[in-house]
Each structure stands twice: as C-alpha cells, then as structure tokens.
Design a protein around this ligand. Structure first.
Ligand code: BGC
Length: 358
C-alpha cells in the first residue's frame, strides 16, 4: 500500500512538473485579428519558421478588440513569456497592455504597427510603410496621361499608425500631381482643402483620413466607395484612379467601381499580396499590390526575440519616434507586384504555389 502511495505521489509530481514545463512560454505573439488574410498569413509564416524551434511560442489573436488584446497579453505574461511580439489593434490604446508586460520584465517588440505614446516598446520590426504609400501613388501617376484625371482616395484605420505612414507616402507622390493638374480629388473635401500643401501635419492628415477611412474593413470600404460614386457626377467617372490602402479594401472598392456602368476603366492599388488579390491581379480586376514578404518580417522578429532570450545584442537599422521615445527599428523593403511580375516575385520566390491560382 505504502509503495502504491509513493508511486502515485511520484506520478503526481511528474504530471505537475510536466504541466509547469509545458505551460511556460518563452515568446508570446499577439496578432490583431484572424478575420483578415494578412494576419493569418503572418500566423502561418510564424508557425512554419518555428516548427523546429527549441523555444516555446504561443500565438493569440485579439479579434479587433483592445480588451481581448489586453487579456491575451496578461495570459502570456502569466505563462512566463520573456518576449512579447505584438501587432496592436489600436496603436495608442495598446500602450496600457505593453506597459503591463514591460513592468513584468518582458521585452516588447512592436510588429508591423508601432505602439504610440508610451516608453514601453523596446523594438519595432516593420516594413517601410512610407515606401508602401509612395509605391501605390507612383503606380497611379505612371498610368495617368494628360490632365483632369479623377482621383479617389481611401485610407486605413485612423487607430493604426501605419494608415498615416501609407497616406503620407501617397501624398508625397500625389500632391505634386494634383498641383500640376494631372489629377483632381473627387471624394474628399478635406483633402481638397489641403491640396496645396506638400506635407501635412498630423492633424491635417487626421482630418483627411477621417473622411476617407475604410477602417480596414471590407464592408466599410464598399459602402464608402458606393456612396462616393452616388455623389460623383458623370464627369468624375470614365477612366478613374483609385488609391486603395490594402488588398482587402481594394477588392471591395474595385468590385464597386466595376459595377458602375459609367466607370469605363479603373486603376486601383493595394498591398499585402493576399492570395485573393493575386488572383484579382491575374484576372485584371486589381491593378497592383505592394508585396510585403511576411517571411522576412517573421524571421526578423523571431531573430530579435531569440537575441533577447540569449542575451545577444539586437540588430536595428534606424528608429521611429512614437511620440515619447525613439524606438529602435529594423525595417524591410517592399516590392511592387503587377500582372507582369507575379510569376517572378510571387510564384518563383515560393511565396504561393502557382497551382493555387486559376
Ligand atoms: C498592415 C497592412 C494591413 C493593414 C490592415 C496594416 O497595419 O501594415 O499590411 O493590410 O494593417 O490589417
């Protein structure tokens, strides 16, 4: 009997130890939502890279909620993480969650979206988001001839610092072409009010983005595009130029413009190289996308996290001011993809398999 108890006690100890070991997470990853293909792509790439990792990693989604994001961070901190990799749903509201993690000794890496107005961000891993907006705008400029071309502007969510960077990049390239008459802005009085300014203040950009925001939401994008087309006159249609901030919203906006009988041709931008948008590009329904190779971002973030865990020096290449501090940053370049280089950039690079497309 005694022996049995001893055995049972030993077994219990093993189970308890296993539970402890099993639940201790080294790196916690928090992504904003799995309802957008972009972030599912990141999850997939993290999982691919971490398949053989010696580190324990857990990925949680915040489903577009700052409250869920906060409880995700708390749960990961309680599981013992040393490093948090986080894409904020709302870049300002997320400050509280990362301050909590930081106070618990966790190193915080902002992933793709900067977290603002806090000193609790250690590093930022990102694409060159100004270059994203510049590339979108340059595509529209390159395809416009003559003067008086109708331009429709759309932006991301005002709670996402990237929406400002994308728009800033686009404005850098579009503003001179509005000033010289190549384009005129159809759907934003706020943008027309500042069209003579080569650079916009945060408040000015905020007013414009407030009027043309898609909130990164497909339905909002569709409804806004539809309202814009209802308000526009026949002269504002024909061949049109559309700055759409990302692929999800681009597809909604493109479908809406395609449905308008008075729109004879449209050029529409995007970003993320989402699978559905690569198909749209092949079908001639979306003009371009800005390819942000998530494999590189994922690798940079994990290498950074492992450097922190191993006590090595972390490599950064610049910094971003978040309103309180300059956050050391590691930045990746972007690539413009249109019909003629889908093969080289997307298929030959192994990003997607050609077999998945029609
Ligand atoms: C990302 C984009 C994404 C958008 C909507 C931005 O912060 O940089 O890649 O399309 O959020 O989720």
């Amino acid at each position: 009997m005694k022996k049995l108890f001893a055995l049972m006690a030993a077994a219990l100890l093993v189970v308890t130890l296993a539970a402890c070991g099993g639940s201790s997470v080294d790196i916690g990853i928090v992504l904003p939502t799995n309802e957008e293909p972009r972030w599912v792509q990141d999850e997939t790439r993290f999982n691919e890279l971490l398949e053989d990792s010696e580190y324990n990693v857990e990925i949680l989604f915040s489903q577009g909620s700052t409250a869920t994001e906060r409880s995700n961070v708390e749960s990961l901190v309680n599981q013992g993480i040393d490093v948090l990799i986080i894409t904020a749903h709302d870049g300002t509201a997320a400050a509280a969650a990362v301050e909590f993690a930081k106070a618990e000794g966790v190193t915080v890496i902002a992933y793709d979206r900067l977290i603002t107005d806090t000193d609790a961000v250690d590093y930022y891993v990102t694409f060159d988001s100004i270059a994203v907006g510049e590339a979108q705008a340059q595509y529209l400029v390159d395809n416009a001839t003559g003067t008086g071309n109708p331009l429709y502007l759309y932006a991301g969510a005002a709670t996402d610092n990237n929406a400002f960077l994308f728009f800033e990049g686009a404005w850098n390239v579009l503003q001179p072409k509005i000033a010289d008459g190549t384009f005129y802005i159809v759907n934003s009085s706020e943008a027309r009010d500042v069209e003579d300014s080569a650079t916009l203040t945060r408040d000015q950009a905020s007013d414009v983005i407030g009027q043309i925001t898609t909130n990164w939401d497909f339905n909002t994008a569709l409804n806004l595009a539809s309202a814009n087309l209802t308000a526009a006159g026949s002269d504002d249609k024909g061949e049109v130029f559309i700055l759409a901030p990302n692929d999800g919203t681009a597809r909604s906006i493109a479908d809406t413009f395609a449905d308008d009988p008075e729109v004879t041709n449209y050029f529409v931008t995007g970003q993320d190289a989402e699978q559905a948008s690569i198909q749209y590009i092949l079908d001639g329904k979306q003009s371009m996308t800005v390819f942000k190779d998530v494999r590189i971002l994922v690798e940079d973030a994990i290498n950074m996290a492992v450097d922190v865990l191993d006590g090595n020096t972390v490599t950064t290449t610049g910094s971003y001011n978040n309103g309180v501090i300059d956050v050391p940053a590691l930045q990746t370049e972007v690539i413009v993809v249109e019909q003629n280089n889908v093969q080289a950039e997307i298929f030959d690079s192994g990003y997607y398999s050609e077999d998945d497309f029609e």
